[in-house]
Write a new protein. Structure first.
Length: 211
C-alpha cells in the first residue's frame, strides 16, 4: 500500500501480519487497514452479511441501536428527512426512527440498492456498523458529504480501535468483512478534511455536523 485509504496520506507503514492477513497503519490519521489485495469477493461478503442475526424485530438488537438513536433524536426533528446508509437486509434502525415519527430512506449496496438517493440531500444520515466495511473510505465519506444538506448530521456507530497491542486478538478484526478500523483521531481527521464539526456522544459513537 502506498497511501492511506481513509485520509490519502502517504504516511503509511506496515503494521501487522495475522494469519496471513496484512494490516497497514497510517501515522497521520491513525487508521488501520487490511491490505486491499486481501479483501473478500462481493459474493462472499454478501453471504457473510446474511449470516448476521440482526432481525428487524429482535429486542436485543433494537436496544443496541438505541445507543445511536437516542443522542441523534436530540439533534433532529420529525420534519427532517434521513438516510440509513448501509442499512443491511433488516433495517431495524430505520424502523425505530420511523416509529418515532421520523422519515428515513434506505440504501444498501447489497440489499436496498436505491441509487435515487444519490440525487437528493438529507438532513441526517446514519451508518450503524457500516464504516468498518468501506473498501474506499475516503471516497465513501466524500459521497456522504455530497448527500448532506446544510446544517445536517452524520451519525456513526462502530467499534473504535484503542491500543495497538490489542488488535491481533480483537474480535472486531476477525470479521472478514471488516477492512478498516478507526481511532478517535481518525474521525477528527475525517472531519477536518471536510470541514465538519465533530463530537463523541458516547462510547463507539461519533457525530459529524455539516454546517
Amino acid at each position: 500500500m502506498k497511501i492511506c485509504t481513509v485520509c490519502k496520506s502517504n504516511k503509511i507503514k506496515f503494521f501487522l501480519n495475522v494469519k496471513n492477513l496484512d494490516y497497514w497503519q497510517c501515522s497521520f490519521c491513525k487508521a488501520t487497514m487490511l491490505d486491499p489485495i486481501q479483501f473478500i469477493s462481493s459474493n462472499k461478503e454478501k453471504k457473510h452479511y446474511l449470516k448476521h442475526n440482526n432481525q428487524i424485530n429482535d429486542t436485543r438488537y433494537r436496544k443496541f441501536l438505541l445507543n445511536l438513536i437516542e443522542p441523534l433524536k436530540e439533534k433532529i426533528s420529525t420534519n427532517d428527512i434521513g438516510l440509513d446508509y448501509g442499512c443491511g437486509y433488516a433495517p431495524a434502525l430505520a424502523d425505530i426512527l420511523r416509529k418515532n415519527g421520523f422519515h428515513v430512506e434506505l440504501y444498501d449496496p447489497f440489499f436496498f440498492k436505491n441509487d435515487n438517493v444519490f440525487f437528493r440531500k438529507f438532513n441526517f444520515i446514519t451508518c450503524s456498523e457500516v464504516v468498518e466495511h468501506f473498501f474506499k473510505p475516503y471516497e465513501e465519506f466524500n459521497k456522504i458529504d455530497g448527500l448532506l444538506s446544510r446544517n445536517s448530521w452524520f451519525a456513526i456507530m462502530t467499534s473504535f480501535m484503542t491500543e495497538d497491542y490489542l488488535f491481533k486478538n480483537w474480535y472486531y478484526r476477525r470479521d472478514p468483512t471488516h477492512v478498516v478500523f478507526y481511532k478517535k483521531n481518525t474521525f477528527k481527521v475525517i472531519a477536518n478534511q471536510r470541514n465538519w464539526g465533530i463530537n463523541f456522544p458516547s462510547k463507539n459513537i461519533v457525530f459529524f455536523h455539516k454546517k
